[in-house]
Design a protein around this ligand. Structure first.
Ligand SMILES: Cc1cc2nc3c(=O)[nH]c(=O)nc-3n(C[C@H](O)[C@H](O)[C@H](O)COP(=O)(O)OP(=O)(O)OC[C@H]3O[C@@H](n4cnc5c(N)ncnc54)[C@H](O)[C@@H]3O)c2cc1C
Ligand code: FES
Length: 513
């Protein structure tokens, strides 16, 4: 649904709606002038907020109302219907709240109201004076934003070895790379945000060590920065191929804005691209390069793209989808050499290429944690509060392995929304909240006009129950073990995905009682 459609949907709420037409727990999409507004009834109280998600403008009327909150159908952001606050990422900006008047059995939506986010941390002295965040990505940014949202008055220093301020990383392989989104959309916030929020953002600055005993970090220039609390959010870096030729200038990996810019610049003259890896990033890059008119070959060792995560049925669908858009697959194969003009495969085939993008997975950036002697087990080990083994040091995002209440195991994932939510929880806990991280993992991926949403976590399963028609792009696949749903992947079944999320949350609440 476009924004324009959202604006003209439903009744004019200033004219009033009969109170008894809206049952408790339900929402009604309407408008006030040109603004799309959502009217909801919860516990016999009427609440009204903007109807367009502040992340990517998802239509909240098609989302799910859960108590006095609404969840976005597209990427599961959650907003308070009372205050408009973006309670859960990926949305970070609040919705506008509207005042309500009830008269003669009717409910009228009146004016936009000023609201303030709920303070979730009871002040527990001594409160930290300086919080240092290592990493300017999803987790680091969400943590800094949450600290200020909670009106933390102390210093917030965010150190990032990237040259760019925090960016919307998922966009780097999607609309931005495809040429459908301008670069202004890529930063998570304008540069002025950091000075206005009094966040000391230090770019192009690598943290080289942590002195756990003295509570200070060492910066690349040799200076030391003391902390009261430290958040490690160093993310992950692309795995490099052992194949000769990886260092050639036309061979790219993709993690940072500069990488995406580099690939875009190369497409100005390149005609034929080889993408190595048929994972999410590899295939999103393939789609973006097709959108820019390049011939695209994908080389990968697996039999089916994404089979390990999405199973064979969705793997076949994704392959067919890309083939229908002209992508040529070379599966069960691998590159042996890359030279200035060709990629030579293990099969002996040679593919001409003037652009090569390597997307063969990432490795969490654990060096700092390892060097500091923190507990590390294929990720930085954290407890349910996202605390590492060292007092005052927290970890979040792609590096963190946390005890997941839903699967009962310690897991580490590489999902944008999880990283942001962990950053938010870590921020609250650095202020003393003692909030457990118990979100159900969620990620999305976009291939051409097909979004794939995935909620839950299944490293292995013994059954995939397919509901709907995958080819018709209307399906939900349930990944089960012993009859138990571990995860749901869906295409254009947003309500089912949201309901599955709530069911997984409630199931684990019941099991832990
Ligand atoms: C192109 C692309 C597309 C993606 N698309 C999706 C998607 O569609 N859906 C999804 O769920 N996930 C997606 N992901 C994954 C998602 O972006 C990551 O899971 C998420 O960014 C992890 O957040 P993070 O904060 O842990 O790490 P990052 O966002 O990578 O941030 C880490 C930061 O730490 C900095 N850093 C590292 N070491 C140091 C140091 N020693 N000193 C100072 N700074 C340091 C880095 O420069 C970086 O700024 C995508 C990833 C990429 C690369
Ligand atoms: S558009 Fe609402 S969460 Fe992304």
């Amino acid at each position: 649904m476009s924004d324009q459609q959202a604006k003209t949907t439903g009744p004019d709420l200033t004219l009033g709606v009969a109170a008894d037409t809206l049952v408790d727990g339900k929402m009604l999409a309407g408008h006030v002038g040109e603004e799309a507004v959502l009217l909801a009834r919860y516990d016999n109280e009427f609440l009204a907020v903007g109807a367009t998600c502040t992340h990517y403008s998802g239509p909240l009327a098609e989302g799910l109302m859960v108590d006095d909150t609404v969840r976005c159908p597209w990427h599961h952001a959650c907003f308070s219907l009372r205050t408009g606050e973006a309670l859960r990422a990926p949305a970070l900006t609040p919705l506008v709240c509207w005042s309500i008047e009830q008269r003669d059995g009717k409910v009228f939506v009146r004016e936009p109201m000023t609201t303030t986010p709920r303070i979730r941390v009871a002040p527990a002295p001594p409160s930290p004076q300086r919080i240092v965040i290592v990493g300017g990505g999803a987790a680091g940014f969400a943590a800094a934003e949450m600290l200020r949202r909670q009106r933390f008055q102390g210093e917030v220093v965010m150190v990032s070895d990237d040259a760019a301020p925090p960016v919307d990383r998922p966009n780097l392989s999607k609309d931005y790379l495809a040429g459908n989104a301008p670069e202004e959309w890529v930063p998570l916030r304008p540069e002025t945000f950091y000075s206005e929020a009094n966040i000391d953002l230090r770019l192009k600055n690598a943290v080289s060590g942590i002195d756990v005993r003295r509570h200070e970090v060492a910066l690349g220039d040799g200076s030391k920065l003391p902390y009261d609390r430290l958040l490690l959010a160093t993310g992950a870096e692309p795995v490099r191929l052992p194949a000769p030729g990886m260092e050639l200038p036309h061979v790219h990996t993709l993690r940072a804005l500069a990488d995406s810019r580099g690939i875009i610049a190369a497409t100005a003259t390149a005609r034929r691209a080889v993408v190595i890896g048929a994972s999410f990033i590899g295939l999103e890059v393939a789609a973006a390069l097709r959108a820019r008119g390049l011939e695209v070959h994908v080389v990968a060792p697996e039999k089916r793209p994404m089979e390990r995560v999405l199973g064979s049925q969705l793997g076949d669908f994704v392959r067919g989808l890309h083939e229908a858009h002209g992508v040529i697959f070379h599966l069960e194969n691998a590159p042996t050499t890359i030279d200035a003009h060709n990629v030579t495969l293990r099969s002996g085939d040679r593919i001409e290429a003037d652009l090569v993008v390597v997307g063969v997975g990432v490795r969490p950036r654990l060096a700092l944690a390892e060097k500091a002697g923190l507990a590390v087990d294929r990720g930085v080990t954290v407890n349910e509060y996202l605390e590492t083994s060292a007092p005052g040091i927290f970890a979040a995002g792609d590096i963190a392995r946390w005890p997941d209440v839903h699967t009962g195991s310690a897991i580490r994932v590489e999902h944008w929304v999880v990283a942001e939510r962990q950053g938010q929880t870590a921020a609250l806990n650095m202020l003393g909240a003692r909030e457990k991280f118990d979100a159900v993992p969620f990620f999305w991926s976009q291939h051409y006009d097909v979004p794939i949403n995935y909620v839950g976590h299944a490293e292995s399963w013994d059954e995939v129950a397919v509901d709907g028609d995958i080819e018709a792009r209307d399906c939900a696949l349930r990944f089960k073990r012993n009859g138990h749903v571990l995860a749901v992947a869906s295409i254009y079944r947003d309500s089912e995905s949201l309901i599955a999320e709530v069911q997984m949350e409630r199931r684990s609440v019941q099991t832990s009682l």
